[in-house]
Design a protein around this ligand. Structure first.
Ligand code: PLP
Length: 396
C-alpha cells in the first residue's frame, strides 16, 4: 500500500555505519533505520546470535516457557529497575500494552472511565489507541472517532498537569516520551521528569515512559529517566532493542507489574526465541563495547562540531540532543535536505518539518562523526543561503 513517500533508492548491504545501494554507491547512515540499528549493520556478534538461534529454534508459542525470553526479561529488569516484562513486536504495541495496563489499573481502583495524561507533539505509534495518544493532527486526521480517555497537556509543563490533577478524578496515568523524537528532539527537563514522578506518587497515578526511540543506551545511559534519577512504573521499548530484528517490550514495576493476568493480553510472535536472542546479543555488545559511553562522546562531538561549522548561519535556530539523538532546528521547513543529503551519500531525516534528525548507530567512531559533519554542514549552509520559498517569504 502507498503508506510511504519513498525515496528512489534501495540498499543491498551494510557494514557498521555504511550502506551500499544497488548501483554500488556508498552512503553514511546517520539515521540507523530510525534508531533501530543500535550496533550498525552486520555486527558480527548480532549476525552470529541470529544465525545460531535460527538454526536451533526460531519460534515457539508463548503457550510454552521460552528460555531466551526469560533471560531477556531478567536482563531488562536488571538494567531498568523494573520488575517484569511483556514482549511484543513494535513500539506501538509496547504503548498499547502500557495503555491497557493503565486502564485495567484504573478499573481496579473503581474508576469506570480511566484517562491518561498525554503530551502535545508526542508520538506513540499508528494503532488506533496510540495515534489517539499521539499529539499530531496529521497522524490522527481521517481516523476519527479516536479512542477516548486521553487528556492532552503541553510538554515540559508541570503546572498544567497539576491543574488536571485538581480537576479530573479519572486520571490514572501519565504517558510521556522523556525526549520527544518525532516531535523534534525536544528534551524533557530533569526537573520535569522528577516533578512528574512526584505528582504521580502523590496522586497514585502510573508514570509511563515511552523510551521507544530515546532508550537503550543512545543517550549515554540505558534509559533517559536514569539521567534524572527517577524510576517509571511502566516503560515502553522497541526500535533498537534487538538491533534490527522486530521486538517491543512493555516493562512494569510495583503495582503496575501485577495488573495483567493470564488472558488479559498476548502476542503470537512477541518475545520469540529469535527476537530475544538478537536482543540479548545487542544488549551484551552495548556493554562489552562500552557503546553508551561512545554514544555520549560521539553525540557531543557531532553537536559541537556541527555547531562550529554552522555558527554564522542565520537560519540555524538550535542544535540540541543527548548522546546520539541529535536535532538541528532550522527557521524554515527543510524536508528537501533529505534528498540533497541522499544525493551526497548521507542518510538523514527531517522531523517536525524543520528539524534535521540524526540517530546513527552507537558504534559510530570519531572519524565517521567528523565525516558526517563535513557532509552535512555544507548542505545545510547552502540550503539556508537560498532565498526562502515564496510561501515562506510571504509569511515572514
Ligand atoms: C517514541 C515512539 N513511540 C512509539 C513509536 C512507534 O513505534 P513503532 O513504529 O515500532 O510502532 C515510535 C516510532 O517512531 C516512537 O518514536
Amino acid at each position: 500500500m502507498n503508506t510511504y513517500a519513498r525515496l528512489p533508492v534501495a540498499f543491498v548491504r551494510g557494514q557498521g555505519v555504511w550502506v551500499w545501494d544497488e548501483s554500488g554507491k556508498r552512503y553514511l547512515d546517520a539515521l540507523g533505520g530510525i534508531a533501530v540499528n543500535t550496533l550498525g549493520h552486520a555486527h558480527p556478534k548480532l549476525v552470529k546470535a541470529i544465525a545460531d538461534q535460527a538454526a536451533r529454534l526460531a519460534h515457539v508459542s508463548n503457550l510454552y516457557r521460552i528460555a531466551e525470553q526469560e533471560k531477556l526479561a531478567d536482563k531488562l529488569a536488571a538494567i531498568s529497575g523494573m520488575d517484569n516484562a511483556f514482549f511484543c513486536n513494535s513500539g506501538c504495541e509496547a504503548n498499547e500494552a502500557a495503555i491497557k495496563i493503565a486502564r485495567l489499573f484504573g478499573h481496579g481502583k473503581g474508576i469506570d472511565s480511566p484517562a491518561i495524561v498525554v503530551m502535545e507533539n508526542a508520538f506513540h505509534g499508528r494503532t488506533l489507541a496510540t495515534l489517539s495518544a499521539t499529539g499530531s493532527r496529521k497522524v490522527q486526521a481521517g481516523f476519527e472517532p479516536l479512542v477516548s480517555g486521553f487528556v492532552r497537556v503541553p510538554f515540559n509543563d508541570l503546572e498544567s498537569i497539576r491543574q488536571v490533577a485538581e480537576h479530573n478524578r479519572n486520571i490514572v496515568a501519565v504517558l510521556v516520551e522523556p525526549i520527544q523524537g518525532e516531535g523534534g528532539i525536544k528534551i524533557g527537563e530533569t526537573e520535569y521528569l522528577r516533578g512528574l514522578r512526584e505528582i504521580c506518587d502523590r496522586k497514585g497515578w502510573l508514570l509511563m515512559l515511552d523510551e521507544v526511540q530515546c532508550g537503550l543506551g543512545r543517550t549515554g545511559k540505558w534509559f533517559v529517566y536514569q539521567h534524572a534519577g527517577v524510576l517509571p512504573d511502566v516503560l515502553a521499548l522497541a526500535k533498537g532493542l534487538a538491533g534490527g530484528v522486530p521486538i517491543g517490550s512493555c516493562l512494569a514495576r510495583g503495582a503496575a507489574a501485577g495488573v495483567f493476568k493470564p488472558g488479559n493480553h498476548g502476542s503470537t510472535f512477541g518475545g520469540n526465541p529469535l527476537a530475544c536472542a538478537a536482543a540479548l546479543a545487542t544488549l551484551e555488545a552495548i556493554e562489552q563495547e562500552r557503546l553508551m559511553e561512545n554514544a555520549e562522546r560521539i553525540g557531543t562531538l557531532i553537536r559541537d562540531e556541527l555547531g562550529q561549522a554552522l555558527h554564522d548561519c542565520k537560519g540555524l535556530v538550535d542544535i540540541r540532543g543527548r548522546g546520539l539523538m541529535v536535532g538541528a532546528q532550522l527557521d524554515r521547513p527543510c524536508g528537501e535536505l533529505v534528498t540533497l543529503a541522499l544525493d551526497a551519500g548521507l542518510l538523514i531525516n527531517v522531523t517536525a518539518d524543520n528539524v534535521v534528525r540524526l540517530l546513527p548507530a552507537l558504534v559510530m567512531n570519531d572519524a565517521e562523526a567528523r565525516t558526517l559533519v563535513a557532509m552535512l554542514a555544507p548542505l545545510v549552509r547552502e540550503f539556508l543561503a537560498r532565498p526562502p520559498a515564496p510561501a515562506q517569504a510571504a509569511r515572514a
